[in-house]
Design a protein around this ligand. Structure first.
Ligand code: AOF
Ligand code: ZN
Length: 352
């Protein structure tokens, strides 16, 4: 199961609205097949692992991070494929909350006299599919807030645009986190002050850039911004108030999608309905504070720097001493590695 989870982690954020699932087929202590949900979401993990195992699948055990599906989607149900291949035992980490599956996959297996075990390494597997599970249960994406905080608890300096708080290691992590997210969001203050591109710039991951979203009530994003100018290459959504005028029409002509919304929660629900499972929020202070106040943050990645900002600093709503009740502190990053620089804080309830 650990190997199946590791496989699933390799495609997190790359499988569209589908969760990234891992599957490993084992017989007589040997791995005969491996599969992970393909980029884009299909094929599912199991048929790929079964194909690799071939005839060896007969009498074998399949380890899957999510309950095999039972619905006839674009591909036939994975549970039926397991039965047809003669799998003897299926070990599942997490039951699938998708109402089209939800226990039906397990039933197909049990009805065919396959031995089914559920809940193995459930916690670890749930972490790997946090986005999918959040969208299925709450209707909105899992929200990860990324904050880089200076030694004196600041996010940046008023009117100075980007201030370097962390070093190259943290930057690489941020790009990895972007690649593992379906969408990335900033406020208009950050967009106009920093002129960020918000793309993934890691070797080999150039196509992993998520959808970019700017919270921009009055449609004030500069038409000269990198975001606006690259909107035709990597999509940009401008979340505006229904009454917004601003640069709305010019931005739309440049390929920016204008999305009218009345608040953060409705915006997140709209994104969830579009199949966006994971949203990374990269700034600024106001957006972070609003999301936290409305209880819409699921995870926080807090990066801390040694330098102080001093006079004119913009205070972070969260500092390195943040310890709200009911939160646990994990010194492990999204990719399952022990990592000292990332302090990920998860509400306990999200993972139980
Ligand atoms: C599996 N194995 O690898 C994945 C599953 O649009 P479809 O037909 O691909 O169905 C999407 C649903 O399939 C998704 O909501 C979830 O229930 C399941 N995902 N199931 O057996 C996989 N990715
Ligand atoms: Zn399936």
């Amino acid at each position: 199961m650990r190997e199946a989870i590791a496989l699933s982690l390799s495609h997190v954020g790359q499988t569209g609205s589908n969760p990234s699932v891992g599957c490993v087929i084992v017989k007589d202590g040997r791995v005969l097949g491996r599969g992970v949900t393909a980029k884009g979401g299909r094929p599912h993990a199991e048929p790929q692992a079964l194909a690799e195992a071939g005839d060896g699948a007969k009498g074998a055990t399949a380890y899957v991070t999510l309950e095999p599906c039972s619905h006839h989607g674009k591909t036939p149900p994975c549970a039926n494929a397991m039965v047809a291949a003669g799998i003897a035992r299926v070990v599942v980490a997490v039951a699938d909350p998708d109402p089209r599956v939800s226990g039906q996959g397990l039933k197909i297996l049990a009805d065919a006299d396959i031995e089914v075990t559920i809940g193995i390494l459930q916690k670890e597997a749930r972490r790997a599919m946090g986005g999918y599970l959040t969208r299925q249960t709450k209707g909105r994406p899992q929200v990860t807030l990324k904050l880089a905080v200076s030694a004196d608890g600041m996010l940046g300096k008023l009117g100075e645009g980007q201030v370097a708080i962390t070093g190259p290691e943290a930057r690489t992590e941020v790009h990895r986190l972007r690649a593992a997210s379906d969408a990335i969001m900033v406020g208009i203050g950050t967009a106009n002050a920093d002129d960020p591109e918000l793309t993934v710039r890691l070797p080999g991951q150039e196509n992993a850039s998520p959808l970019r979203i700017v919270l921009d009530r009055r449609a004030e994003l500069s038409t000269g911004s990198k975001l606006a100018k690259t909107a035709r290459d990597v999509p940009v959504i401008l979340a505006v108030a229904p009454s917004a005028t601003g640069h709305r029409n010019e931005l739309e002509t440049m390929g920016v999608e204008i999305l009218e919304t009345t608040g953060l929660e409705p915006l997140l629900q709209t994104l969830g309905a579009r199949g966006i499972s994971s949203l990374m929020v990269e700034g600024g202070a106001r957006v972070a504070a609003d999301l936290l106040a409305q209880g819409l943050v699921d995870r926080i990645h807090l990066y801390t720097g040694e330098a102080a900002i001093g006079e004119g600093g913009i205070a972070s709503p969260i500092t390195r001493d943040y310890r709200p009740a009911g939160f646990i502190l994990l010194q492990e990053d999204t990719f399952g590695r022990d990592h000292r620089q990332i302090l990920e804080r998860l509400p306990v309830s999200a993972w139980l």
